[in-house]
Design a binder for this molecule. Sequence first.
Ligand code: SAH
Ligand code: SF4
Ligand code: F3S
Length: 473
Amino acid sequence: METLELQSKVHDEARQGEAYSPFAIDPNNYKKHFYIESYGCAMNFNDSEIVASILNKEGFGATRNVEEADLIFLNTCSVREKAEQTVRKRLTEFKKIKVSKPGMLVGVLGCMAERLKAKLLEEEKLVDIVVGPDAYRSLPNLIEEAETGQKAVNVLLSREETYADISPIRLDSNGVTAFVSIMRGCNNMCSFCVVPFTRGRERSRDVNSIITEATNMYERGFKEVTLLGQNVDSYYWVNEQTNEAVTFAMLLEKVALISPELRVRFSTSHPKDITDEVLYTIAKYENICNYIHLPVQSGSTRILQLMNRTYTREWYLAKVNRIKEIIPDCAISADIIAGFCTETEEDHQDTLSVMEHSQYDFSYMFFYSERSGTLAAKRYEDDVPLDIKKRRLAEIVAMQNKLSAKSNQKDLGKTFKVLIEGNSKKSDEQWMGRSSQNKVIVFDKKNHSLKKGDYVHVKVNSCTQATLLGEIV
Ligand code: SAH
Ligand code: SF4
Ligand code: F3S
């Protein structure tokens, strides 16, 4: 049943809770080397790229070989119990290495560091450094402190930190697609969610630094940027000199205007905040992808209220209709939680029917995992038994599989503009890329002289559960 926590489609590793493999930057030129693994969401992955940049400036090189590392970092996620268990298990695997290499330091970064703070040092004896998501600039000092044999902790959250001036070092990059964080933190307080506690208050990054970073990426050959935030639609930045205010719709437009050759994606949209203006901007620019991740969480208005999502089932469905009206071929995906506190069979049926009405192209599905400190943990009893949570989740996954199959069937015979990301997993004779709708399409290279980062039109002939198969036209 464990695998049911994963989404039905494997198209965004950031949400699978799997480790990213780290990347060797230049193992020859540095006195010390660090190894970094990221868990959880894309924002964490992007944070590791910021950490790599901070460490690199201080003379640390990255290595993808953990045995070679003087410093091991895990950038961690707390969103569900299972995410934390994965990290704890991974830490035990480092014990052996540490015994054979006593000077080696182990650091825990990210959300679990923020949630557990110094307690983590008591619970996990091999950890030397604990650093929260807003304290990465202090890492070099913390490393120095830890090198003297002391334990080093910085879990201060900030209202201002956006790491705007730091150019991330791209880890394990395909050279085609990259993440750009546009904001940090979250003010929403969904009752089930630990993120506002681990990431702090919402703040938006200086628009100029975002445009500069995206432009640099494009100049270096990247063809797609994904703008990241927990709630991108509430992006709001005011230039203090000119008093010019920039909304998310305006930001999207500015990034789209860098070049028609640069695709723009974004994640995540909270249904309450995505505006018509954003939808019209997506419709206006061909290079802003027709794909919106619009987490619903539950289809029951009563449960949505307990979750503090601030919309009703009807309001959500109206939003979905609005998206399809303004951007007719827009793909939509969702996050869904099964078995939230007090959820009845009827509430669960409401979730299944909201999925059907919305016709999601994919979904990320989870069963509820109580997180201490959250509003739900304080106010409501986690009263849906685990076996029922899992059964409901299995039904949600089955529904999504049906919807995904239907969505793929609809694509048969259609031609899509695909951005080539690399070889397909199965064969060097085939390319793998994505459509604007974020669907993975695999096709034979044939004799065309194409390369990674090129756009090509592909006609879809068939599909598997997770992939469309096509041919160059
Ligand atoms: N900011 C994003 C989501 C961040 S967390 C958003 O609002 O969509 C990603 C997803 O994890 C959430 O959308 C939710 O579906 C799931 N999630 C969060 N807390 C959870 C919990 N306590 N138990 C199970 N799933 C949870
Ligand atoms: Fe969590 Fe809600 Fe914020 Fe998303 S919007 S990070 S689910 S509190
Ligand atoms: Fe996890 Fe933190 Fe992201 S809790 S989902 S890594 S913001």
